[in-house]
Design a protein around this ligand. Structure first.
Ligand code: 0K2
Ligand code: SF4
Length: 333
């Protein structure tokens, strides 16, 4: 529950100075909402089981909730019985995965976020123009594997400024960069600056690859971190954008910052001497988990949270077209 501070409470002296700030925006982005609803609606429409390749989004509570409703999460398509329905996660897949699905005669629903798909299109366009593409991102992340798979012969991964000296390109005048959608904005700018120093003719993507939701959540956490003794970020350990929020909070001046999957992971010692505690959540995190953190703080003498708004969001994506078609055919759209 978020309230303003209109009704003063009488608190014991040390509690009177306490405050809880709640970042806004936080939590679900348009791509995550679409991906989670896709699996829910697929379960309703086709019945369990519905297979999902990889975690639909990187949040263990979301995955557990969908599993309880009949979703089966697999790492690779060979685990999916031929002819079954499989959903591709919000992080996107390479063309090779689409090919494998066809080969196994799977019915696919592609929940790749449209903003990830946009980066795939940029990769194909730069590759079509025969550019060497430097993809800034984290090795092994599913989104990076999917994007790199669009043009493996043209794309090389750059994790940060330290990698720049090792880059080898065919023609320094034909180099472009792209990025994962969930990186730290500030770190990525540093990496791009280092690349541009080596390759002054470096071509930028046509628009930001780091998506609006990632940027807004970083802006929001920066806003509250300056005044915070402690920042609690709700999100799973494999959620790139959630982990970035902890780093951004610390860089912005938070006394300390921790990521938790849920309130049960908060250590009492983190609150020692803490007056202002701020709370935010990654793009794959259900709001109920944030509310549980606020309740945890409330039980320890912290007041109701004050929301600090840094940006407004209203983006909504339509469901994947395959699902819309089947919902319509079933008279459920
Ligand atoms: O931040 P990550 O890319 O690891 O992914 P999630 O935690 O699942 O957040 C949603 C972003 C998905 C695609 O961009
Ligand atoms: Fe899409 Fe951005 Fe959300 Fe990723 S974080 S699913 S790119 S809106």
């Amino acid at each position: 529950m978020t309230t303003d501070l209109g009704t003063p409470r009488v608190l014991p002296s040390d509690e009177a100075e306490r405050a809880v700030l709640l970042a806004a925006p936080r939590g679900y982005c348009a791509g995550v909402d679409r991906a989670v609803v896709t699996v829910e609606k697929a379960l309703d429409l086709y019945g369990a089981p519905v297979y999902v390749r990889k975690q639909i989004v990187h949040n263990k509570h979301v995955v557990a909730g969908l599993e309880a409703r009949g979703a089966i999460f697999v790492e690779e398509l060979e685990e999916v019985p031929p002819g079954a329905t499989v959903v591709f996660s919000a992080h996107g897949v390479s063309p090779e995965v689409h090919r494998q699905a066809e080969e196994r005669d799977l019915k696919t629903i592609d929940a790749t976020c449209p903003l990830v798909t946009k980066v795939h299109h940029e990769a194909k366009r730069f590759a079509g123009d025969d550019y060497d593409i430097l993809l800034i991102g984290h090795a092994g992340h599913e989104e990076v594997e999917g994007t790199a798979g669009e043009a493996p012969e043209h794309i090389q991964l750059v994790e940060g400024p330290a990698d720049v000296a090792r880059i080898v390109v065919r023609d320094p005048a034909k180099v472009a960069w792209l990025s994962q959608t969930t990186l730290s904005v500030d770190e990525t700018l540093e990496t791009v600056a280092a690349i541009r120093e080596r390759f002054p003719l470096l071509l930028d993507p046509p628009s930001d690859d780091i998506c609006y939701a990632t940027q807004n959540r970083q802006l929001a956490v920066k806003e509250i971190s300056r005044d915070s003794d402690l920042v609690i970020v709700v999100g799973s350990g494999n959620s790139s954008n959630s982990v970035r929020l902890v780093e951004v909070a610390l860089e912005a001046g938070a006394g300390s910052a921790y990521r938790v999957d849920d309130a049960s992971e908060i250590e009492e010692a983190w609150l020692d001497g803490v007056r202002t505690v701020s709370v935010t959540s990654g793009a794959s995190v259900p709001e109920s988990l944030v509310q549980e953190v606020l309740a945890f703080l409330g039980e320890r003498g912290y007041p109701d949270a004050r929301a600090v708004h840094s940006a407004e969001e209203s983006l909504i994506f339509a469901l994947p077209k395959e699902l819309r078609r089947d919902l319509k055919a079933a008279g459920r759209s």
